[in-house]
Design a protein around this ligand. Structure first.
Ligand SMILES: [Cu+2]
Length: 356
């Protein structure tokens, strides 16, 4: 894209990027490195030349005993114009090279694969295709996470196809975060109340680290993720499985738990009997009991009540709680079934449903 003709030659030299940085794995990574190393080496070159000349002149023209003080030149227009104008070509080139690759990184490609990124204390969430799949670090029972045993076991993974333009539309729920993929040489602030975008085209299959690059509190350093770059074929396979919750979580309790933690219920409903501030009743404790309801006779909390509460939260409002539960968080019958199983199981663990 950019005509930085020297860069392939320089890229082949041992002192270039790979020695200092992670491998260049996006289409624009080499441009970023080129500008960085160009400025770096120009600075080193002039530093060495100027320091050496200064040291040499200090010795050569030092004042010797008995030597009269010499008159020295005060001004030389030709020299001064030369040392102002010549380096300005270098500076203009530095600006040009940086600006061109910056513009390249900041102009979103027209046709791209779109993924929504949510940053919040202290995890990343990736939503594909109208929220059909949410890859989230808050649930650790995805097969992908089980093959790792460290604290990184819950790291959410952003799956993308190789050699494809990907646009991330990003938003933060609480404070400023920053989405940083060192191997792609790209970084973008993720801001509450505003969407920011970032694009990349990964050029090699592999798994690459993602960091939060904006200090966002206690566990900032644990706000990790990974980008999984795979062939279109592998990506399609992953997508098919990931978008089919029944295949991904064959156990309906696990499926219900996944829905609970990925569709926002966690914000208002606890699983331990406690009431969240400005939230709703806990999922633990009411199953099978008579629930007091505003302006109507009490209803028993059973499958039908839970179903109605999810589809039409205002139909019966649990006394003592506000009319704040949004409708439409879960609408598919199968998903509601799984959630009901999860809530029932929480209150009456059944051996058949939880056994491995
Ligand atoms: Cu953060």
């Amino acid at each position: 894209m950019t005509n930085l003709s020297l860069s392939p030659i320089l890229a082949a030299l041992p002192w270039e990027a790979d020695y200092w940085f992670p491998p260049q794995r996006s289409t624009y990574a080499h441009e970023v490195d080129w500008v960085y190393f160009f400025i770096g080496w120009v600075s080193i070159f002039f530093f060495v030349v100027i320091m050496a000349a200064m040291a040499y002149f200090c010795v050569k023209y030092r004042r010797r005993p008995g030597q009269p003080k010499l008159k020295y030149p005060t001004h030389h227009s030709g020299l001064e114009i030369a040392w102002s104008i010549l380096p300005s070509f270098l500076l203009v080139y530095m600006f040009y090279a940086g600006f061109i690759s910056f513009m390249d990184m900041r102009s979103m490609p027209d046709e791209a694969y779109n993924i929504v990124v949510n940053g919040q204390k202290w995890f990343w969430q990736f939503s594909y295709d109208n929220g059909k799949i949410i890859e989230s670090g808050s649930v650790a029972n995805d097969a992908n996470w089980n093959d790792k045993k460290s604290i990184f076991a819950k790291v959410p993974r952003l799956h993308v196809p190789v050699n494809t333009d990907i646009v991330l539309t990003m938003n933060a729920k609480d404070v400023l975060h920053s989405f940083f993929i060192p191997a792609f040489r790209t970084k973008q602030d993720v801001v509450p109340g505003r969407y920011t975008k970032l694009w990349f085209n990964a050029n090699e299959v592999g798994v690459y680290d993602v960091f939060c690059a904006e200090y966002c509190g206690d566990k900032h350093s644990e706000m990790l993720a990974e980008v999984v770059v795979e062939t279109q074929e592998d990506f399609d396979k992953w997508y098919a499985v990931a978008s089919d919750l029944e295949q991904r979580f064959p156990d309906p309790v696990k499926r219900g738990e996944y829905l609970y933690s990925s569709r926002g219920c966690t914000q208002c409903h606890s699983l331990d009997g406690s009431t969240k501030p400005n939230g709703g009743p806990s999922f633990l404790g009411w199953w099978g009991k008579e629930v007091p309801v505003d302006g109507q006779a009490p209803v028993k909390m059973d499958e039908n009540y839970v179903r109605e509460s999810i589809l039409n939260p205002m139909a019966k409002v649990h006394t003592g709680f506000g009319k704040i539960m949004p409708a439409g968080l879960i609408t598919k019958d199968k998903e509601i079934d799984a959630l009901i199983t999860f809530i029932r199981n929480l209150n009456q663990p059944s051996k058949t449903e939880t056994k491995k």
